[in-house]
Write a protein that binds this ligand. Structure first.
Ligand SMILES: Nc1ncnc2c1ncn2[C@@H]1O[C@H](COP(=O)(O)OP(=O)(O)OP(=O)(O)O)[C@@H](O)[C@H]1O
Ligand SMILES: [Mg+2]
Length: 427
């Protein structure tokens, strides 16, 4: 099976990234070799959540010239009594704060990114730090979020998660429309170089309300250029963008909808686009046992009583979820060639957003009632993993959920050009 890299990010701190990343990686490891890498190198919380003897960690990688694959820690039999997690390993952050590892300069980031690809695992899960900076963005793919965690317990977490998506979308667009980008070699597109970059700056600037979002940017471009290959390029990027989110500390459908999903979707629609593909990977209930397990250094999924999760293919909820995915909130399945025809709606009218939110609530309710009988934290995790595995089935774009590699900007542009080569020109 090809290797997949799954970053776990959140924007806001303290929402359960590490809890989710550790337990998700453990649960994945029951299906295939999985390595969890602690990239929150300032606090290195994986090693506190998973207390086992560690011989080598990122200190040895950074300062002692060890290969990343030499810094793996496996669970000993005192922790993994049944041997069910023998295919799990993790790379710990340094034991105490070290400025050069915590700050993760460009050289360390480059070496880490390169060696992540050679870890001996089918799945590599990354526990990222909170906030939005290069140490987070560089480990996120260009066209999806990995798993984005937020929680109804902290309403600010939803807008922080939306901000992280915004940072990713604009990074992707800036890369594609960079001054020297090959995209401008496309026939008829060079004349839009200055305008698109000016509009991108304005769309990203929350204090400039002349272009509040990318949907408005598309509308403005359509007004100036009419049907133009640039609109097709932009449409392709937005159509390929994926957001996969997990609700942690879930406390019921209505509360989660009101305090997490609504602010997340509204912020995204207002500041980025109502056209993004949003998919819910699942949720993890608020449960004191989770916190106690973390404090004891023994993640809850390690519990020997854990039931075997149903295999992805046989899970009836997965079929349901797959059909939901096609119509997931905010997906605008209109082909890029029709973006100009939709320019009237490109402003993300609030009635559209309301309708989409209503759909999302219905789906949340259906999904929740469908698995209500199995709603404990371990079952939640098994469900998220089944869901993720279903999404990881080939054929895949190299840039999609569970990306096969951390794509470089050059690869991103090449990918777009390839995609555009098969998109029919606007009529
Ligand atoms: N579902 C849950 N139920 C109960 N407690 C939880 C749950 N998820 C996380 N916690 C607790 O919430 C706190 C924050 O969790 P965690 O450290 O996983 O968040 P984080 O997003 O990784 O934080 P940071 O941004 O500091 O890295 C921890 O004390 C953890 O034990
Ligand atoms: Mg953490």
């Amino acid at each position: 099976m090809p290797r997949r890299i799954i970053p776990v990010a959140s924007g806001k701190g303290g929402v359960g990234k590490t809890t989710f990343a550790v337990n998700f990686a453990l649960e994945l490891a029951k299906r295939a070799p999985t390595v969890l890498v602690d990239l929150d190198t300032a606090t290195s919380s994986v090693r506190n959540t998973l207390k086992v003897p560690i011989q080598k960690d990122l200190y040895h990688f950074h300062r002692k010239g060890a290969r990343l694959s030499e810094c793996l820690t496996r669970l000993d039999p005192s922790v993994d009594r049944s041997g069910r997690f023998r295919d799990f390993a993790f790379v710990a952050g340094p034991i105490h704060y070290l400025e050069d590892v915590a700050a993760m300069g460009p050289e360390l980031r480059r070496r880490l990114a390169a060696e992540l690809h050679s870890l001996p695992a089918d799945y590599v899960v990354l526990d990222l730090r909170a906030g939005v900076d290069a140490t987070v963005l560089e480990f996120l793919p260009y066209t999806n979020s990995g798993a984005l965690v937020f929680t109804p317990q902290l309403p600010q977490a939803a807008s922080a998660a939306a901000d992280l998506v915004k940072a990713m979308v604009f990074r992707t667009l800036r890369t594609i429309f960079a001054e020297q980008s090959e995209v401008f070699a496309l026939p008829g597109i060079a004349d839009a170089r200055e305008l698109v970059n000016e509009l991108l700056v304005r769309a990203e600037d929350a204090y400039d309300d002349s272009v509040p979002s990318i949907d408005f940017l598309l509308r403005d471009l359509a007004d100036v250029f009419g049907d133009h290959p640039l609109l097709i390029a932009l449409g392709e990027v937005l159509a390929a963008f994926r957001v996969h989110y997990v609700l942690n500390q879930f406390d019921g459908v209505e509360q989660s909808h009101d305090r997490a999903v609504v602010p997340f979707v509204r912020t995204l629609a207002d500041t980025v686009s109502a056209r993004l593909d949003l998919t819910q990977l699942g949720w993890v209930v608020q449960d004191d046992r989770i916190h106690r397990a973390n404090c004891a250094g023994r993640p809850f999924v390690l519990d020997d009583e854990a039931p075997r999760a149903r295999p992805a293919a046989a899970d009836p909820h997965l079929a349901q979820l797959e059909s939901l995915r096609a119509a997931a909130l905010g997906i605008d399945r209109r082909p890029a060639t029709r973006i100009t025809a939709a320019r009237g709606a490109a402003g993300g009218k609030s009635s559209d957003v309301d309708a989409l939110l209503g759909e999302q609530l219905d789906r949340l309710r259906t999904m929740f009632s469908g698995v209500r009988g199995a709603a404990g934290p371990r079952e939640n995790l098994a469900y998220c993993v089944s869901r993720a595995l279903a999404l990881l089935q080939p054929p895949r774009l190299p840039t999609e959920f569970g990306m096969t590699q951390l794509a470089s900007p050059e690869q991103l542009v090449r990918w777009l050009l390839k995609r555009l080569a098969v998109v029919p020109a606007a009529s």
